[in-house]
Design a protein. Sequence first.
Length: 191
Amino acid sequence: MKPVTEKDSLVSITDISRNDIKIMIMKNSSWLRPGGVFSIIVFAYRIILRKVGIIMMNESKGTENNIKRVMEDAERSFHFKFLECENGTALTKMKITDDLLNILGIPYGAYIFNMADLTAGCANLSLGKYGPTINANIQFIKSAKPGDEIYCRANVTHKGHRVSYFHADVFKMDHDTKKIIASTEFTFCEL
């Protein structure tokens, strides 16, 4: 069976414009075919990206405006700051506060993972690509303590036509020594 493409997987698309957000309503009779579910997920992800403002109508992929929106949203929602984002690399910083700690007194792993994922995602955007994380791997090596400032540096390791790979380290500086907290690998699929 051939893979489902955008053209043959959609029976109809209805476009509704409201507040410069394009919402796609899909009626798909072939979603059970191999690849059909994936195409629905990809299109649903595009809807979500539009809704949070990463992809606005009439904007090209990976523009500076899109990167700026991601940075602003991360700073507002997730309490970390982008220090740089260009040419397939990005650097973020976050201060560990008491509200980020779990019952053991260490930061929730989800905060560290989220920081790495968004940092790698922004590095991907800086290459002019956008799309979901389709694979992620994280190894926690050391924990951070309240008051620590942690950083995440993401770099592209392979930029393909449809899939890009990134490595990101979350670390803290201790007397000019880089102490790795977590090491991550991400794979992004371009939409």
